[in-house]
Design a protein. Structure first.
Length: 138
């Protein structure tokens, strides 16, 4: 499948379509045990389609080092969110660090835009961690 100008819309989006687009862009793809799409380029992320099929979410999770207090974790997440607006950093219910970004597709986006947005998302977490407190993350 070439990266043509065809649009990804709420009507045609599927995990199989996204995988085919990433494969055509020479990005490493895989399915996890739950059937979720994984992308890997230096670091990896999971890619999800919302239930209403109006957005695609990129998600990357990291573990904190042992002994990092909840207060330090929250302060770290806040530092990232102050400096990086394209992604959202959050402390999950499992006390892990998660980065996500929602790409809205209602009305349509190009395949090229999907690939570029994914690559841009993947470029941010490690930079943010290194910039804001790499000693806190495992």
């Amino acid at each position: 499948m070439m990266l043509t100008n065809d649009l990804i819309t709420s009507e045609n989006v599927s995990k199989d379509l996204l995988k085919a687009i990433y494969d055509a862009a020479f990005m490493e793809t895989a399915w996890d045990d739950d059937g979720d799409l994984k992308i890997n380029e230096d670091i990896g992320c999971s890619v999800f389609i919302s239930d209403n099929q109006e957005k695609i979410t990129f998600l990357r999770v990291f573990r904190f080092e042992e002994g990092v207090s909840r207060a330090d974790r929250l302060e770290f997440v806040n530092r990232i969110n102050d400096k990086y607006s394209f992604v959202r950093a959050m402390l999950t219910t499992y006390d892990t660090l998660a980065f996500d970004h929602d790409l809205f597709i209602k009305g349509g986006i190009s395949k090229k835009n999907l690939v570029l947005a994914t690559r841009f998302f993947l470029s941010i977490p490690l930079d943010a961690i290194n910039d804001c407190g790499e000693e806190l993350v495992a």
